[in-house]
Design a protein around this ligand. Structure first.
Ligand SMILES: [Zn+2]
Length: 617
């Protein structure tokens, strides 16, 4: 997933479930493991629900096991039955525990006879945390309703009863009924020529963890971008998206050259409505992406490099628990940089690495000690909170450090071997380290000590000697920014005409937290930042202008906050507003209007920001 720096709200202390290996799941994989899921669902837009059945194929681990325990959240269970080899169904007793706020409701099914398959007949509720339902008015084309899932971290359980832990992998197939003229897509091979007859089937033959289970449905057009890639988007968006993502095949080829063949067959991209809470989600075969990267100049295509990189780091080799998520996101952010370098050049890759490293340097000191670690104590980390910029940016910084110490050729060979060794498995940080020790650290002695490795993985902060890439263009921007702030360079004399998105991001990122109001007004007069269609620039501009007390930007900021539901691009504006009583009142007004268009996850984050500000008052 790509969220970008965000969510540093301190970490939630989770109740530790009975299961020792994944505190965020009730599943008991030492008793029984789900190996295949067969879904049969009907999409009901008016009632905002998926209804149907999930049939789970089971591999019993413990001969004494008495029950199958599944994760659910807000599901309505109609009945549960055991299926014999001949298809004969026998009803099973079950108990649905009261809802835990983080984990949902533990579903315990009595299965003393160890059936080979169990079928659960159920429906979702409109509150499902992993689904968003949009009315036609909330889409780009305003013609048809739209729905999509976001299962990472622990939201698959809100639309399918299953063992919702990344440690457990299963294959799946699905039959989905939908209204006519609606296209359904899933995290499986999709057929671009499928008729819109309301009757879709899917097959994912590779074992995936539950957080990669995905579905979306709406008025979707398709356009090929290469021999094994296409974009899916609303008809008014599809051409723009196909243009922005026209390098997809080049990106796949560049990654294959580095780390071996792409294992999944097709690589398609679904562009969602602007309420998608994240930048992208690496659903297998079908990346889900925010439309905020469609800026016309490919400057934000690194999002595709990121999601594509997950086809190796994350989807092929998966972190076994949320505490180990840096194995997905840190490795992926590193690979993303390598793809960007291969296709768009070293300068672009270095700029992106520097942007994230500088932002992390600024933010990490304010985090709780446990949250500063790549592999934190799991008891202090909630599943969604584990996805912080430490996992992404400290993780990728560690890998860039390894590359620098061991040399690119040897490190590339090591990483390619790592992906091949653990392909189709879910692993812990400790399993990764057990592999790294003989295959990298001890194989090339004298390059990095084991203590240094442990300091990166289990230590707080960022090691002092962590290398940073050079960027002469960023250095020049640093000089211009300080001259401008010192008053020796006028805003309209900044050499910003040729700045790309990353260069503007860098300029704005490193302004003082609360800049002087007249400076912000001069910048806006010279460069017309208020009203920018580029949401990356807008997010940084509005949050600094609001912090400077520039009320003239409030209405444009409100438009940005209402149009975009992506957590990373919208919530910093709420955080900037709630710092003053007037701003808090305004933020509440904006949220009242914007809420209906936000994903449940975005709503949660904004409500936490507002509640926290009110407590302080
Ligand atoms: Zn990611």
């Amino acid at each position: 997933m790509r969220l970008f720096p965000l969510l540093a709200f301190g970490t939630l202390l989770l109740p530790v479930a009975a299961q020792a290996n994944d505190p965020n799941s009730y599943a008991e994989p030492d008793q029984v493991r789900v190996t295949h899921l067969d879904l049969d669902l009907t999409i009901d837009f008016p009632h905002q629900q998926l209804a149907g059945q999930a049939t789970l194929k089971l591999d019993w681990q413990n001969p004494q096991a008495q029950s199958l325990v599944l994760d659910t959240r807000d599901l309505k269970i109609a009945r549960i039955e055991a299926l014999a080899a001949d298809g004969k169904a026998t009803p099973l007793q079950y108990a649905l525990a009261p809802r835990d706020q983080q984990l949902g409701s533990k579903l315990t099914i009595a299965t003393p006879k160890h059936p080979a398959q169990v079928r659960i007949v159920y429906a979702t509720t409109p509150e499902a945390s992993g689904l968003q339902w949009l009315t036609p008015a909330q889409t780009a084309d305003k013609k048809a309703p739209f729905m999509f899932s976001q299962s990472e971290s622990i939201h698959a359980r809100s639309w399918v009863p299953l063992q919702d832990s990344p440690a457990i992998r299963f294959t799946y197939d699905a039959h989905v009924s939908a209204p006519k003229n609606i296209r359904v897509v899933m995290s499986a091979i999709n057929d671009a020529t499928h008729p819109l007859d309301g009757d879709f089937t899917f097959d994912q033959p590779h074992p995936i963890p539950s957080y990669l289970l995905a579905i979306a449905a709406g008025d979707l057009a398709v356009k090929e971008t290469g021999p094994r890639s296409a974009v899916y988007a609303e008809p008014s968006v599809v051409d723009k998206a196909a243009h922005e993502f026209e390098d997809t095949e080049k990106l796949i080829e560049a990654t294959e050259k580095l780390y071996g063949p792409y294992a999944w067959g097709r690589y398609d991209i679904l562009v969602l409505p602007p309420s998608f809470p994240f930048g992208g989600m690496e659903n297998p075969n079908m990346t889900f992406a925010t439309p905020t990267v469609l800026v016309g100049d490919k400057s934000l295509v690194s999002l595709v490099s990121h999601e594509l990189a997950h086809s190796w780091s994350g989807n092929l080799v998966t972190s076994a628990a949320w505490r180990d998520i840096w194995l997905n996101e840190g490795f992926t952010t590193y690979v993303q940089g390598r793809i960007t370098e291969a296709v768009y050049g070293k300068s672009q890759a270095d700029e992106e690495a520097l942007l994230s490293a500088r932002a992390l340097q600024k933010s990490i000191g304010a985090m709780a000690e446990n949250a500063q670690k790549l592999a934190p104590d799991p008891r202090g980390v909630g599943a969604d909170d584990a996805l912080s910029d430490v996992a992404y940016d400290k993780g990728s910084w560690f890998l860039r450090t390894l590359e620098q110490r061991f040399g690119r050729a040897d490190f590339d060979a090591y990483l390619k071997g790592y992906f091949a060794h653990f392909a189709w498995h879910s692993i812990t940080t400790e399993q990764m380290l057990d592999y790294m020790k003989p295959n990298l650290i001890e194989k090339y002695p004298g390059k990095m000590s084991w203590d240094e490795v442990k300091a990166w993985v289990y230590g707080e902060g960022i090691p002092k000697d962590a290398p940073l890439p050079d960027s002469p263009r960023f250095d020049a921007i640093d000089r211009e920014r300080s001259d401008f702030l010192a008053g020796t360079l006028a805003a309209d004399k900044l050499d910003a005409k040729g700045w790309n998105t990353q260069e503007w991001m860098y300029f704005l990122d490193r302004l003082p937290d609360a800049p002087a109001l007249d400076k912000m007004q001069q910048l806006d007069a010279a460069w017309h930042l208020t009203g920018t269609p580029n949401a990356e620039i807008g997010m940084r501009w509005y949050s600094h202008a609001i912090a400077a007390g520039d009320k003239a930007v409030w209405n444009a900021a409100a438009e940005h906050m209402t149009r975009i539901g992506r957590i990373y691009l919208t919530t910093p504006l709420y955080k900037a507003l709630v710092k003053t009583p007037d701003g808090l009142t305004f933020a509440e007004q904006v949220y009242a209007k914007a809420k209906a268009g936000y994903h449940p996850l975005t709503q949660q984050v904004v409500e936490r920001i507002i509640a926290k500000a009110k407590k302080v008052d």
